[in-house]
Design a binder for this molecule. Structure first.
Ligand code: BV8
Length: 259
């Protein structure tokens, strides 16, 4: 059987499972934004950033050692994300939620492409790169800061909190930091009553997000993985659709609508 025939058959199986589902939960990673032009964590970054490992910059320790470097790393990624548009994969997940309103997307991504594609009530495990907050949350967590209202010289590095005068940081979850408890609790509660889970565009290496397919699987969920490559999650996937999410997900929606 050719890869295309295998994928065609898999898309039909996925469509049938989703149509029969009571609770569909989707977990996305950087791969779902790849076709929007946003590099994944596995991709080499260009220029200055090619010499850095993102996991070594996305930590509170790195920020305390060199706030200006880490701030500029996030400004670089914000510039990459600004022109990015939702791709057909994001649009397909929003279309699925319109057909199945209880569907929820849990994302590891810090871009806003799911929301801009029309997905609602997205569970954001790792925060949002578009937002900033006081590094010390001096007014309580989260002390959000709108840096567009601050007069500051980027040459001096990060803006300073208008309340306490200390550093402003991106409102994302860094490695070594705990995830927002409300989002994590919502995700786990959902997974325990999920009967079909789509795992899209994640290498399954970062925890606790990477544990989520196992949580759903233990609760009896049928796991469908959408990824051009195999990952640790492939070992527990009941159905593997090998391909880019921007091509595979729209085909699943088409198969549902055609049936
Ligand atoms: C925590 C926000 C409790 C920031 C991110 C040792 C010491 C300390 C901690 C740890 C340790 N060992 C493990 C840990 C836990 C650690 C961890 O998992 N580390 C990893 C490096 C092993 N996790 C944490 O620290 C978490 N907190 O555990 O708190 C704690 C506290 C203290 C000490 C211990 C425990 C916090 C993790 C959150 C980090 N923040 N993002 C920012 O963005 O800058 S994580 C970030 O990386 C992303 O959000 C995402 O989660 C992850 C990257 O993974 P993916 O999204 O999967 O992307 P990736 O590039 O890896 O893969 C892309 C995939 O797409 C590939 O499979 C590819 O094949 C596929 N693809 C490509 N093209 C396409 C495609 N798929 C579909 N279509 C395509 N077209």
């Amino acid at each position: 059987m050719s890869d295309e025939d295998r994928l065609k058959m898999g898309v039909q199986q996925a469509a049938a499972r989703l149509q029969a589902a009571r609770q569909i939960t989707v977990l996305t990673g950087a791969g779902v934004s790849k076709e929007s032009g946003i590099p994944t964590f596995r991709d080499a970054l260009d220029g200055l950033w090619a010499q850095y490992d993102p996991t070594q910059l996305a930590t509170p320790q790195a920020f305390l050692i060199n706030p200006k470097l880490v701030w500029e790393f996030y400004e670089y990624r914000r510039r990459l994300m600004t022109p990015a548009q939702p791709n057909p994969g994001h649009m397909a997940l929003a279309a699925l939620q319109r057909r199945y309103p209880s569907l929820r997307v849990i994302t590891q991504n810090v871009d806003d492409l799911h929301e801009r594609a029309g997905s609602s009530d997205v569970i954001r495990l790792h925060g949002s790169i578009a937002l900033n907050r006081c590094f010390y949350d001096c007014q309580g967590y989260p002390t959000r800061i709108d840096v567009s209202l601050l007069a500051w010289d980027p040459a001096n590095g990060t803006p300073l909190c208008p309340h306490c005068g200390r550093w402003v940081r991106p409102d994302v979850v860094w490695f070594g930091e705990v995830l927002p408890s409300e989002e994590l609790d919502r995700a786990v509660n959902l997974l325990q009553r999920t009967d079909v889970m789509l795992v899209v565009g994640t290498s399954g290496l970062v925890t606790p997000a990477a544990d989520m397919p196992w949580i759903a699987g233990r609760s009896g969920a049928f796991i469908i993985e959408v990824n051009p490559d195999l990952t640790p999650i492939s070992e527990i996937a009941d159905l593997i659709l090998r391909g880019p999410s921007g091509e595979v997900l729209p085909r699943i929606v088409e198969a549902i609508d055609a049936s």
